[in-house]
Design a protein around this ligand. Sequence first.
Ligand code: GTP
Ligand code: SPV
Ligand code: MN
Length: 604
Amino acid sequence: MVKHLNPPPKHAKLVAWVEEWAALCKPEGIYWCNGTQSEYYRLAEKLVDSGIAKWLNPEKRPDCLWFCSDPSDVARVEARTYIASKTKEEAGPTNNWIDPVELKKTMREFYSGCMAGRILYVIPFSMGPVGSHIAKIGIEITDSEYVVINMHIMTRVGTRVLEILGKDGEFVPCVHSVGKPLAPGEKDEKWPCAPLEKKYIAHFPETREIWSFGSGYGGNALLGKKCLALRIASVQARDEGWMAEHMLILKLTSPEGVVKYIAAAFPSACGKTNLAMLIPTIPGWRVETVGDDIAWMRFGKDGRLYAINPEAGFFGVAPGTSMKSNPNAMLSCAKETIFTNVGFTEDGDIWWEGIGYDAPGTLTDWKGNPWNAATATDKAAHPNARFTARAANCPCIAPEWQDPAGVPIDAFLFGGRRPSVLPLVYESKNWEHGVFIGSTVGSEVTAAALDVKAGVRRDPFAMLPFCGYNMGDYFQHWLDIGAHAGARLPKIFCVNWFRKTADGRWLWPGFGDNSRVLKWICERCEGKGKAVETPIGFMPTLDAIDCRGLENEVSEADMKELLAYDAEGWKSELEMIKEHYKKFDRLPGKLAEQLDALEARINQ
Ligand code: GTP
Ligand code: SPV
Ligand code: MN
């Protein structure tokens, strides 16, 4: 029997489950996390003592830690992520699948003795405000102190969660190991992880279990986030009639005080955090953040969709974040933040490409090597370097961000990085057409995942790597939501901040200026806002977007290009969508009809 280092809770099933895993993984002891500050600092000190982490200069960044991962462990590994449903059809054509019995057998062998020389930490966490009817409880067991302290920030961890579980409450069991047992006397000299072929991020949707092995990074290891709040929750949402989406949630207030809540799905590294924290460049408008990555939504009695942010922190992309592009993110990580894979300055601060000022002197780069701007051939920060910051430290966090009832959504936005064809913004004709738009989201690939080919990648609803079941059924679920009795549905829009000229210049300044597009969206939700109907949907007229003050940055010709319906471009886009749709074995008939209707409109 592995010994408990502190008293276990009174939940017999939970304790038995933990002890069973301890017997297999053979850690030195079992520690039940309580989520307190002193626990956080004790584990942080342990990591600093071992040499894996450094405290930043407290005068510059109080209570901040700097980590560098192994160069092989820097992002989600989609090729090693599995939806192990009973049948392959259930996982669908877009997910990796292995028979669950076989996968469990393989992984059990890897788990056997994998925690030697380490502590097994049990993390009770709530996704969503503790006790909210929309929230879900997960228990993650892990052998990584880095994971524990990140979970402290990203989720609500603590004894309150165990109290709610009581003696027999339900939880999603999440198992994690970095997959690097220690020999007697051995210490971690660097970021522990297993080689690629031993990494598995496995989901068992029918039994609502998560097993992760071999990676310590982000969504591979912080199992409340993509694994629970999207892959497992999407299955629960389908079964229970709600929605678990890869969406930011923002609150937009007009100068007249009219409030709109907007949820937006963009693929990884396509601007969710930035939009959620935007500072409008148009006078009198205000944006506040409810969430920056995930939205859980349920119908209220009034037929509206109410959204909560299940997370408690931001795991944000560092490079490109500056006081100019996203001051609210910069201020969120002014203290109590964990930085992973950024540069470390001589005076104990962080630095990354696009932070808004030159690198001061010689840095230590994310690989731990000396780095000097004048001579460097490589980047100081990894392109998927991240900060883990508390939502509560965000200056523009909305007062209602922890409201257990959620906020009523007025508009859904879909978008990705599309250098051409897709206009700055357009509005769907109706819900079904909006679902069609969501199902065709595409983006140039980014650094957020390790193993994807360059080019435009179709990422339906920004959920391609995160949907826990057959994508065709997921499309149907969206159609079913639209058919909910008494529903007062959000309007659906498509946006694209990433248009470029042939010579690679951004056509649109983006960031704070995206508020100009939000203003039009807000007007459309009010039944105002000028638009023309085109084959792809409703597009703003040239004067409909408020461009006052932007004259020097965006010429009229640029604006015309951004708002044009590109008839030729859409012909090739249509062919790409047809190709994309061929992948699905369970494509809803309604979406096939939408495609035909679009083709007819484009060719009319
Ligand atoms: P994940 O955390 O991976 O889900 O990413 P995300 O969708 O939250 O993206 P994020 O806001 O972190 O932005 C990713 C990158 O896109 C950063 O380098 C940003 O600087 C850049 N970006 C965000 N918004 C804009 C924009 O409006 N225009 C341009 N050109 N770049 C943007
Ligand atoms: C994403 O890739 O969408 C992220 C980062 O938000 S991770 O948590 O690693 O999934
Ligand atoms: Mn994300």
